[in-house]
Design a protein around this ligand. Structure first.
Ligand SMILES: [Zn+2]
Length: 464
């Protein structure tokens, strides 16, 4: 690879490379991921250095792999949310490309630090669906997302108004130490979304970067997500590109809406908020497993945005109420303090909080306008997503008690009742939003392109 390609045509080169991720149909398990990184290291002992940065709560070692000798320090971290494994494919591809291609190593003038998985314990709890990732119901029924205060992404320290959090997990501490040692120029935590289109979070405004972040999914045939953002406080810098947000931003927004910003079990700040002290360029690429043609359809509908928010927020309140009731009915009889149960107990009130925020927003003057097709689709799909994800986690927590032989009748009844309701939620979700799986090499390709785009911006390759 010649220097000329990178110095004069970096965007085109990155788009081309985003399309070059090999095809695959499953996500790697933790052991497969470790084996893959170790094989790359064994094949390139002169290029790849490995260092242990910490230990998980269940005693798994956590490693960083470092490639290159350049002046820019680029940090890429998988497993920040262990239910989001697209980044495993991205990380595998990044290290193998860096090892195989001297031009790539030299063009970015970078030392690349890659953590394959920062939350091995949480990742293992999701592995049961990794072999069949295209079936949304199969995936949801085995889904595990840690409670917010057990997510590496949202367990960095915070001290803001009435909120205080300093219970960093060993995994979070490992990442903080690594950030302090590396002082990254670029930080890309490898997240992904679920259904719809592609969107991003950026800590820096750059038109050449935005153009590239739009060009990559377009070249791979993936729609942008032009509907409702993940949270009403997000600020769009361009289509489907939001400014990075932090704890304080969301806190103030909830406070202004009249919603309590401090829940019963508060979490902390984000990893990107922590690393911001080093002037780091942070970028997150959110990729779906399933696409939908409504994702980027900005045609106005006959429903007002206010009515859409009210309708779907009331559904969130109902979902939150049902799951809270199920946990309350079984609660006095539960024996097992599992990550699934702690997650279920945290998310049930969290869904209701989303509903309250949505209802408050529905009453704001700016909501008196027609909703777009994309907004209608995305707001409705979040209702299904919450029901499938957190209904399943609640059900799994109750079923674990039954399987362990610890469940009195009250727990079995709560599990049976919720299972019956969950079956109707599954039916509704399939009927409402038929999910078209996207090839895994395409979604990982968009994320790989985003990683290279961030590296290219830091290296001055996107300025011209
Ligand atoms: Zn995430």
């Amino acid at each position: 690879m010649s220097e000329t390609v990178w110095s004069t045509g970096a965007p085109g080169e990155i788009v081309r490379r985003a399309g070059g991720v090999p095809g695959r149909t499953t996500f790697p398990t933790l052991d497969e991921l470790a084996t893959s990184f170790e094989s790359t290291r064994a094949a390139h002992p002169d290029l790849v250095r490995r260092r242990r940065i910490g230990t998980s709560r269940l005693s798994e070692p956590i490693h960083v792999y470092t490639v290159g000798q350049g002046t820019k320090q680029n940090l890429v971290v998988g497993g920040v949310h262990p239910n989001e494994p697209i980044g495993s494919i991205t990380a595998q591809h990044l290290i193998s490309e860096l090892c195989a291609d001297r031009g790539l190593r030299e063009a970015f003038d970078a030392t690349w630090h890659i953590v394959p998985c920062i939350d091995p314990d949480g990742y293992r709890l999701n592995e049961s669906w990794f072999g069949q990732p295209t079936d949304r119901l199969y995936y949801a029924r085995r889904f595990y997302r840690p409670a917010p205060d057990e997510q590496v992404e949202w367990s960095f320290p915070v001290d803001y108004k009435r909120a205080y959090f300093d219970r960093m997990m060993p995994e979070t501490q490992a990442l903080a130490r690594l950030m302090d040692a590396v002082k990254p120029d670029v930080y890309v935590p490898l997240h992904n979304a679920e259904l719809g289109g592609v969107y991003y979070y950026v800590s820096r405004v750059s038109q050449p970067l935005f153009d590239l972040l739009h060009a990559v999914p377009q070249a791979l045939g993936l729609p942008l997500a032009l509907g409702e953002p993940e949270s009403g406080d997000l600020v769009a810098a361009a289509d489907a590109i939001y400014l990075m947000f932090d704890f304080a931003h969301t806190y103030d927004w909830l406070e202004d809406l009249g919603v309590d910003p401090v829940g019963p079990k508060p979490a902390g700040d984000s990893s990107t908020a922590y690393v911001a002290r080093y002037g780091t360029l942070s970028l997150i690429a959110e990729l779906p497993y399933w696409s939908h043609p409504a994702s980027d359809d900005t045609t106005p509908t006959t429903e007002s945005y206010a009515a859409l928010l009210k309708r779907t927020s009331e559904q969130h309140l109902e979902t939150g109420r049902v799951l809270t009731d199920a946990l309350a009915a079984a609660g006095p009889y539960l024996s097992l303090d599992t990550p699934l149960r702690r997650g279920a107990e945290a998310f049930a009130p969290g869904i209701a909080e989303s509903g309250r925020a949505g209802l408050a927003r529905a009453g704001q003057p700016g909501s008196a306008r027609p909703a777009t097709v994309a907004e209608q689709f995305s707001c409705e799909d979040v209702v299904h997503m919450f029901r499938l994800r957190f209904g399943s986690m609640t059900l799994q927590a109750l079923e674990a008690e039954c399987r362990a032989g610890l469940a009195p009748l009250e727990v079995r009844r709560a599990a049976q009742d919720l299972a019956a309701l969950y079956a109707t939620w599954e039916h509704d979700a399939v009927r409402a939003t038929p999910a078209t799986p996207i090839a895994l090499n395409k979604v990982a390709g968009v994320q790989y392109g985003a990683v290279l785009a961030a590296g290219a911006l830091a290296a001055g390759l996107l300025d011209s």
